[in-house]
Every structure is written in structure tokens, then in C-alpha cells.
Design a protein around this ligand. Structure first.
Ligand code: F6P
Length: 400
């Protein structure tokens, strides 16, 4: 029997660790002959663009390096499959590829949109009576916005990078004697988890960011200006963390949509910089962390990378036991000591749904988050991976 694995959606620095989890588990499973990797997610399956991972990843050193290599080694896609009852063309192509390569287990590593593929594909195989093909989802996203699971692989490393970088920006912001405002724009789409995670700096006695704005917090631009003025009375250098998903009404920024109808977000930091320049007139700078927060692996979380590998392995185990249409997830049993288990849920409970940052952890004025959030976030960023280096730079695994 052969299996296939694919990666889908926005990359993270832990998604390759999940692929390694699937691969290592396959090597331990006597019934499995070949592990195929699909290029560009599900697109690679219906276009029959598969590579044999057993030839590409040949040593334990390869696996160790791939585990700490950011982004998706197989490439990714943002592809929404049609409803198979209306158009089964792609599904027939997918089935043909699986049959051609004798693939009967398919592991899809992705976020809430990608879990839509798990639902549809497993539903299709059930509808045509192909119960021999199992489709399992393994979660990932820096947005941490998947329902059911306590957190998502990729989030802990992104949060560790963001908190560390914000701390460095804080150091830089305090060098001059003049008043300043620094606005840091953080990814997360419609969910404020990653922006909120900057509150972790409090654990080390840092009180900035002084203001934290999330999409869940009903942003109001005049209240924002008042908040900044109020913080300026206390701090010479005011630090503001804003989620990319907050909006200030109509703007001239171009807004493209992806295949799932999501607006391509970016630019709110710049817009707020203009607001402060016009309304307050002090030194103001905006910094968009952009893709660095999902592809910087030199300060990734060991907890995150280890968990990403474990949940990948668990995904294959679930498929081998005959499960299909399921997504693996983390259930947190305790914060201190940090204990999680890996469970199996219905893909329909994850697909196309978003888990917002909890309102109970947002302050009444909606410009910060409470200390309870620190307790939730901290375990996810613990531990460091010893980065492999060459010529003084991190070394990455590359397909040859
Ligand atoms: O979903 C992950 C994510 O990184 C979001 O935080 C961000 O808004 C989006 O992907 C960006 O999408 P793309 O990679 O298509 O530009």
C-alpha cells in the first residue's frame, strides 16, 4: 500500500515537521511501501504531480533538517474543490491519481479552508463506495483560528517570533528623547490570537505593547487616537500591536479576494500611522511583520515543532486504523504542568469555521488583553530547537 501527503494554505515554520511526522510514521509501518508528496496541495493530486518522498528524504539527518525548515517543502495552494454533486471532474482525476499510484491513505496538512477539502474528498469516496481510501486532516496555521483544537501547529513558533521581535522593537523605540508611536501590524486574518500573544512579554516584566487591538474588539479610530494620547501621558515611546484584520471603514487600499473569498489583508498599520501623523503629529512609524512571522524558523518553539511532528504521525495512525473525514487536534489537560493529548474530530467541525480570540480575555475598553491570556500562550512557546547552521546562516532542507 502507498500513501500520499500534501500541504495546503498559508505556510508556517512547523508544517514541514508535520510532514516529517507522517513520513517517519510511514517508515515504521510495515504495510506502507511508498510515501508520495503532492506538489502544491490538492492541485498536485488532480494534476498527478507527485514525488516519491522516500527518494527525496533519505537519511535521519534529512528528516531533522526538514523538521526545522520553514514554509512548505511541497509547495501549497489555496484551492477550493467544487461540490462533487454538481461537478465531479476533479474528483475523478484525484481518484485516477490515487488508483494509478495505489494510494489508499491521504494526509492533508492545512488550515480551516483545507479541511473543506478533507470533508469533500472523504464525502466523495464514501458516496462512490470507495471505503478503501481514507482522508485525514492534520491542522496547521499561524492564525490559531481552528475550532475544536486547543491550538494549532505553527502558532507557537509564530507567537515566539512575534513576541521576541516586538521586544526588540521596544528596545529600538526608546533610544531618542522625543515622543514617538510605533505601530506593529501582525497577521491572523479575522482572528486576533497572534497579536494578542504579544501580551506574553509581561511574563518577563515588559509592559509594552501598551495597546493591543484585535478584530474581535470592535475597533474605533477616534477611540484609538484617545487611547494613544492617554498612553503618551505615561510613556515617551508608545508601542501599539494591531491585527491585520481590523478595519477603519472605506480605504483606498486594493482588496483582492482569494479562492475562499478571504480578503488579502495588509496595510492597516500604515493607515493608522497616517491617522497618528495627522491627529497627533509626533514621530510615528508602522512596521508590518508580514511573512517573517510565518517563515522565521531561527527562533521557533521546540514545543511547537515537536507537537507538529507528533500530530502528523497521529494523522497517519488514524488513517491506518481506517478513520476518514477526520482531523487530528490537541486537547489541553493542564497549563502547569503543560499537558495535551491528541484526539480525532470530525472534519466538518473544522472546515470553513473560525475560532475567534475569546471576548472574556479582551479588556472592557477593547484596547488590550487580560493576564489570563498569558497563561494560555506561554506553554506554546517553550523550548528552543538547535538550529543547524552553515557559513553562519541557518541551513534549510531543499528538494533536489
Ligand atoms: O492563514 C495564514 C495567513 O498567513 C494569514 O495570517 C494571512 O492573512 C494569510 O495567510 C495571507 O495569505 P497569502 O499567503 O495567500 O498571502
Amino acid at each position: 500500500m502507498n500513501i500520499a501527503v500534501a500541504q495546503s494554505g498559508g505556510p508556517t515554520c512547523a508544517i514541514n515537521a508535520s510532514l516529517v511526522g507522517v513520513f517517519r510514521q510511514a517508515l515504521k509501518t510495515a504495510e506502507i511501501d511508498t510515501v508520495f508528496g503532492s506538489i502544491n496541495g490538492i492541485e498536485g493530486v488532480y494534476n498527478d504531480r507527485l514525488i516519491i518522498l522516500n527518494s527525496a528524504i533519505t537519511t535521519n539527518a534529512d528528516m531533522e533538517l526538514l523538521r526545522q525548515t520553514p514554509s512548505t517543502i511541497l509547495g501549497s495552494c489555496r484551492c477550493k474543490l467544487p461540490d462533487f454533486r454538481q461537478d465531479d471532474n476533479l474528483y475523478k482525476k484525484i481518484t485516477a491519481t490515487f488508483d494509478k499510484h495505489r494510494i489508499s491513505k491521504f494526509i492533508y496538512i492545512g488550515g480551516n479552508d483545507s479541511m473543506d477539502t478533507v470533508v469533500k474528498l472523504s464525502g466523495y469516496f464514501e458516496a462512490i463506495g470507495r471505503n478503501d481510501i481514507c482522508v485525514i486532516g492534520v491542522p496547521k496555521t499561524i492564525d490559531n483560528d481552528l475550532c475544536v483544537t486547543d491550538h494549532t501547529p505553527g502558532f507557537g513558533s509564530a507567537a515566539k517570533y512575534v513576541a521576541s521581535t516586538v521586544q526588540e522593537i521596544i528596545r529600538d523605540s526608546r533610544v531618542y528623547s522625543i515622543e514617538s508611536v510605533t505601530i506593529i501590524e501582525i497577521m491572523g486574518r479575522n482572528a486576533g490570537w497572534l497579536t494578542a500573544s504579544t501580551c506574553m512579554l509581561r511574563a518577563n516584566g515588559e509592559i509594552a505593547p501598551h495597546l493591543i487591538y484585535l478584530p474581535e474588539g470592535d475597533f474605533d479610530v477616534s477611540r484609538f487616537v484617545e487611547d494613544v494620547r492617554c498612553e503618551q501621558a505615561k510613556h515617551q515611546a508608545v508601542i501599539v500591536a494591531v491585527s491585520e484584520g481590523i478595519t477603519i471603514g472605506d480605504s483606498d487600499y486594493p482588496r483582492e479576494l482569494d479562492a475562499f473569498g478571504h480578503v488579502r489583508q495588509s496595510g492597516i498599520g500604515k493607515q493608522l500611522e497616517m491617522v497618528i501623523a495627522n491627529e497627533i503629529g509626533c514621530k510615528v512609524r508602522s512596521i508590518e511583520l508580514n511573512v517573517m512571522q510565518r517563515c522565521s524558523s531561527h527562533i521557533c518553539s521546540k514545543t511547537d515543532i515537536d507537537e507538529a511532528e507528533q500530530i502528523g504521525a497521529a494523522g497517519l495512525q488514524a488513517a491506518m486504523s481506517g478513520s476518514t473525514g477526520k482531523v487530528m487536534y490537541f486537547k489541553r489537560l493542564s497549563d502547569i504542568p503543560y499537558v495535551v493529548t491528541i484526539e480525532e474530530g470530525n472534519a466538518a467541525d473544522f472546515a470553513n469555521k473560525e475560532k475567534p480570540f475569546p471576548k472574556k480575555w479582551i479588556t472592557d475598553r477593547k484596547n488590550n488583553v487580560s493576564d489570563e491570556a498569558v497563561r494560555y500562550f506561554l506553554p506554546l512557546i517553550q523550548g528552543e530547537v538547535k538550529t543547524a547552521m552553515r557559513n553562519g546562516m541557518p541551513l534549510h532542507f531543499m528538494l533536489r
